[in-house]
Design a protein around this ligand. Sequence first.
Ligand SMILES: [Zn+2]
Length: 264
Amino acid sequence: MSEPRTVFAVAAHPDDIEFNMAGTLALLTEAGFQPHTMNLSRSSLDSNELSEAEITRIRLQEAQRSAEVIGAVHHPPIADDLMIFYEDRLLRKMTAIIRQIQPSIVLLPSLNDYMEDHTNTARLAITACFSRAMRHYRSDPPQEPTDQDVYLYHAQPHLNRDGMRTLVMPDMFVNITGQMDTKLRMLGCHESQRQWLDETQGLDDYLESMRQSGAEVARLSGQSGWEYAEGFRQHSHVGFSTRDGNLLAEVLGDRVCRPSTPRA
Ligand SMILES: [Zn+2]
């Protein structure tokens, strides 16, 4: 393969990657991809006790420590909590990052999720990839356009449900049973969230919640012997790659499967 083998996991908040993408990110890293991670939000609202400056600093450190577990390059945030909008300023910043790192695979949030920060992050990342080759589109900071093929995959929404409580069925499953320890180590770096998620969302043990979510996806896959899985839905290739392929499945081989029963 002549193009750079880079995978970019982009999410709204610190710990979103760890919940729904980190196992697959670890597998791609083992397969020779250079991993990059980014959370668009500084998580400035993630504490009712600490100052915004203090919680922002802590959350960035936690995300950086998590990235270090798999040797990922971590990109700093560009927005505040509840301020991730599909708008000009953020789109130009996202495009600069896509042009700089030239990913072949992008893991991004679901377009069916319970939270607007998540869906807006997905929309920004999609268009940033789409505009990567457009010479007249100016990124911030300015970066030369790039024309590599890029394959986009939407991760599962938080706890596999959309905002209307409907189960989201992936169109491909990744066996991450062997990566669960790495995933737990990465999520465990977000220590400040233990108390916060308990207070605000009743997630008394966020590590256990993530584990159960991965076990549910494994059950949905219908594969015997798969203890934990992550699920994805692939974005259209139009505007992103010259061929209608599936690079993630090609690279990960028999660790990937399709749903065993036809989708409604
Ligand atoms: Zn989030």
